[in-house]
Design a protein around this ligand. Structure first.
Ligand code: ALA
Length: 416
């Protein structure tokens, strides 16, 4: 099926029923009910093209990369580096600026350690926001402890938007890095990253964007953004777990020391002294996740074939539909009502606990996440125990939202 041609002729309209057939798990049942998978912000489901590529890799290619002169090792290395080129082109970056990591978390830890070693000293400030995932808070806190630096926090509004005036006030000469999320995993807020980058760069402060929740939903152009570091996870982008991408501007990567020591990251090792490889290999010590690195490019090709514009349009329509239906439920309050959102709806229901609702939805075949979503400071800001979060992907349907709303009403009736 030529999905691209289809979405073009249908004016960006996705053939969702055809797309769903690409995802075998979407045809399964849970507790005897058809699965409604609304936990895409936690991890996405995988299409056949990804599942088949995993099997194919182990059947036909499996070998170590950059190490052998034999046929299979060269084949694996070619595919591994070809995948890096596809991912680089997808982000509009150069392959040398693309580092394979275990995921977004490791990518941020890599920058916190390595950029921190090179550029952060006592009294410097790192700026994060109130809506960050723990993985974009804790590595910076650890860096601050190590270097006696200071963490500063961009405040947010009740709607879940960054307070840009507050942000601009933090851009003092002591600020050495801004690390913010592109899209909030709990609220769905799409942050005004262009404005953030422009304001930070006006003061010569580099910016890292946590793109874990953005990459599955929108086109990312790191050159156009002029962002210094950008990271995302394979498993949230319809690819395998255990793989992530760190994009870093060459001017920073060239100046940053290795994050881990081991094979591949060296130029020459003697027992007295070791010299290091150029980026990206300098940051890829040890045998990488070869299979997932290769297969991630298949997932990227798959979403590009469908078209990220068509994906964004369908998901926006789902968001509006779900928001409208949920708003009509008595006692339900949506947490995160920013003007610009991806397809995430978080909510609380008066007189109920999020985890009770989550369990009752599960029994009706519906997968949502409940709790703090690894954003405790954000949940504390709202003074709530957590939320129920429905996070939608391009393979979700309006009919699934109807099923979800009906099941939610039933759950609320049981709990009240
Ligand atoms: N960070 C992922 C989520 O938001 C796991 O659920």
């Amino acid at each position: 099926m030529d999905i691209t041609a289809k979405s073009k002729t249908l004016n960006l309209k996705l053939d969702v029923e055809a797309i769903r057939k690409d995802f075998p798990i979407l045809q399964t049942t849970v507790w005897g009910k058809p699965l409604v998978y609304f936990d895409n912000a936690a991890t996405s489901q995988k299409p056949f093209v990804v599942l088949n590529a995993i099997e194919e890799y182990y059947k036909e290619t499996n070998s170590n990369v950059h190490r052998g002169i034999h046929y299979l090792s060269n084949k694996a290395t070619d595919q591994f580096e070809q995948s890096r080129k596809i991912i680089a082109a997808h982000l509009n970056a150069s392959p040398e600026e693309i580092i394979y990591t275990r995921g977004t978390t490791e990518a941020i830890n890599l920058v916190a350690f390595s950029f921190g070693e090179a550029f952060i000293k006592e009294g410097d400030e790192i700026i994060v926001s109130q809506m960050e995932h723990h993985s974009n808070i804790v590595p910076w806190q650890m860096l601050c402890e190590r270097k006696k630096a200071v963490l500063k926090v961009i405040p947010i509004t009740e709607e879940g938007e960054l307070k840009l005036d507050g942000f601009k006030k933090l851009l003092s000469p002591k600020a050495k890095l801004v690390a913010v999320t592109h899209v909030s995993n709990t609220l769905g807020t799409i942050n005004p990253v262009e404005e953030i980058i422009e304001a930070a760069h006006a003061k010569n402060i580099p910016v890292l964007l946590d793109g874990a929740q953005a990459a599955p939903h929108m086109k990312i152009d790191v050159k156009k953004l002029d962002v210094d570091f950008y990271c995302f996870s394979g498993h949230k982008t319809f690819g395998p777990t255990g793989i992530g991408i760190l994009y870093g501007k060459a001017k920073w990567l060239n100046e940053m020391p290795p994050y881990q020591g081991g094979g591949e990251m060296i130029r020459k090792v003697t027992l007295d002294k070791t010299t290091y490889n150029e980026p990206p290999l300098r940051f890829e010590a040890g045998t990488p996740n070869i299979e997932a690195s290769i297969v991630l490019a298949k997932a990227i090709n798959y979403i590009n074939q469908i078209g990220l514009d068509a994906i964004a349009k369908h998901e926006h329509e789902l968001l509006l539909y779900a928001t409208d239906k949920l708003q009509k439920i008595n006692g339900l309050k949506i947490i995160g009502t920013a003007k610009h959102k991806t397809s995430v709806v978080s909510f609380v229901v008066e007189g109920t606990h999020p985890s009770d609702i989550g369990m009752l939805l599960d029994k009706q075949g519906i997968a949502v996440r409940t709790g703090h979503h690894c954003t405790q400071p954000l949940i504390d800001f709202y003074k709530i125990p957590g939320t129920v979060r429905a996070s939608l992907a391009f393979y979700n349907t309006f009919e699934e939202i109807n099923i979800f709303v009906k099941a939610l009403n039933k759950a609320i009736d049981m709990l009240k």
